[in-house]
Write a protein that binds this ligand. Structure first.
Ligand code: ATP
Ligand code: MG
Ligand code: MG
Ligand code: MG
Length: 468
């Protein structure tokens, strides 16, 4: 049985032997890329090469790239295959080889190196991509195992390089499936057909107006989830049962005084907590600071969600550091930043955790009272100002409030919430301008009290009040 670490190395070595330069993972903070908050795929660090904004220093590269995908946050633990943070293995061609090499290599790697039985494999193509279909067949895939999927068109973002793609799926068997007659690779979201590898054939550049123009040099960008391929190779039920995850889950379970796989509700919480602590550990290791906006807000939101799910498991005491230690133990060899930036990571984990744990319970109580009132009045929507109060006073990311309400069939008036945030921002701006006027003009000092202006107490102290 291959470990996750072995699977990472095997992939990189396979492509190294085929002329690829092994590069270390880039940071989760995309470099010089205002279009992206976080690194969401292996190709992100190579965008300038694909677009020829920078001449690629080598024609081929292979990486195991750290990725974070916020859109997958809410399905973590509900599907067998999604994480917020995961590693993407990839091979890349910068205007060098194209489909004729990328397809047979992928097929050879899966069927001859990993030896996944061909009977379990399916391939999807972009329906118009006859060229890819022909090459898959030449590589040894039977025609009936190649399905068209109109969604097989990949783009890194709203603009930039893009093109048709092909994906490889493993059939995990009928017992994992939804049983619907049209359940098939590529078109069904259930756990039967597991997407393991996406091969993007970058043929175009998309401009701001949405126009596609052929790239002067065609590129290859592939991505295979390490946790997913580990789940297949280790023959386990979900990504969470691989050696990349299980130790973290078992540790969280021991902190909660429970066992994994005894109760589905607990298992979901164990998966969420483990996933989220691993994600925030890596985000902090790359220097992201918890904040009210941008990637700092994403970090804070994931961290607070971890604290809430831990509370559902009965963990009330600080626990983030102890879970981080397991992540560090298992990953620091491949990712030394987990040790190099240990102080930064620990400081932020403990400050954030303390702030949120202090207010979480009160916030939940208040929310439950509001829910009772709503139900009594036959209402289903929490008002914007109420959601804002939880956000401002108890540090509840609004998405968390939404999620707690959704569990009870209720919703948040998000538009009114946004309005409340905006009003507050304008008020704060106004106050700070008035404050400056007070400071700059001693004659106006006396007005400070009248305006109710609170002196600025410094950033650290302000955040220590658990506001977000
Ligand atoms: P899915 O359809 O399962 O959500 P995707 O099509 O969004 O996956 P891609 O954008 O094609 O994924 O990414 C390439 C590969 O990265 C996937 O084939 C998969 O192996 C892996 N991957 C994508 N998202 C995740 C995730 N949230 N957690 C773990 N692995 C992932
Ligand atoms: Mg996805
Ligand atoms: Mg997909
Ligand atoms: Mg995909």
């Amino acid at each position: 049985m291959y470990t996750g670490n072995e699977l990472r190395d095997m992939f990189l070595k396979y492509f190294e032997a085929r002329g690829h330069r092994i590069l270390p993972s880039a940071s989760l903070i995309p470099k010089d890329d205002p279009t992206l908050l976080l690194t969401v795929a292996g190709m992100v660090p190579f965008k300038p090469y694909f677009q020829r904004l920078v001449e690629p220093p080598f024609p081929r590269a292979t990486t195991a790239q750290k990725c974070v995908r916020t859109p997958d946050l809410e399905v973590v633990g509900k599907t067998a295959r999604h994480h917020t943070y995961f590693e993407m293995l990839g091979n890349f061609s910068f205007g060098d080889y194209f489909k004729n090499e990328a397809i047979p290599w992928a097929w050879e790697y899966i069927t001859e190196v990993l030896k996944i039985p061909v009977e379990k494999l399916w391939v999807t193509i972009y329906p118009e991509d006859e060229e890819a279909k022909r090459i898959w067949m030449t590589a040894g895939v039977r025609a009936e195992r190649i399905l068209g999927d109109p969604e097989n068109f990949w783009a890194a973002g709203p603009t930039g390089p893009c093109g048709p793609c092909s994906e490889i799926y493993v059939d995990l068997g009928e017992t994992k499936g939804c049983g619907k007659p049209d359940c098939a690779a590529g078109s069904c979201e259930c756990d039967r057909f597991l997407e393991i590898w996406n091969l993007v054939f970058m043929q175009y550049n998309r401009d701001e107006a949405g126009n596609l123009t052929p790239l002067p040099k065609q590129n290859i960008d592939t991505g295979m989830g390490l946790e997913r391929i580990a789940s297949v190779m280790q023959g386990v039920e979900t990504n969470f049962d691989t050696d990349l995850f299980r130790p973290i889950i078992d540790h969280v379970a021991s902190l909660a005084g429970i066992r994994y796989k005894e109760n589905p509700k607990n298992d979901l919480a164990l998966k969420v907590v483990s996933d989220h602590v691993r994600a925030v550990s890596f985000m902090l290791a790359d220097g992201i600071r918890p904040n009210n906006e941008g990637r700092g807000y994403v970090l804070r939101r994931i961290l607070r969600r971890a604290v809430r799910y831990a509370k559902l498991l009965g963990i009330d005491k600080p626990f983030l550091e102890s879970v981080f230690r397991i992540v560090q133990r298992d990953y620091a060899q491949a990712y030394p930043e987990l040790t190099e930036n240990e102080n930064f990571i620990l400081n932020h984990l403990s400050l954030e955790e303390k702030n949120f744990q202090a207010t979480l319970e009160q916030g939940i109580q208040l929310l439950q009272e509001k829910v009772k009132d709503l139900v009594k009045q036959g209402e289903t929507v929490l008002t914007g100002p109420d959601a804002f109060y939880l956000y401002e006073t108890y540090g509840f990311p609004v998405e968390l409030t939404e999620e707690i309400l959704e569990e009870q069939g209720l919703a948040v008036d998000m538009i009114a919430f946004q309005t409340a945030v905006e009003e507050h921002r304008l008020l704060a701006k106004d106050q700070s301008q008035q404050m400056r006027a007070v400071i700059e003009s001693p004659a106006l000092m006396g007005r400070a009290k009248l305006l109710g202006v609170t002196p600025f107490v410094g950033y650290e102290q302000a955040t220590a009040t658990a506001r977000i």
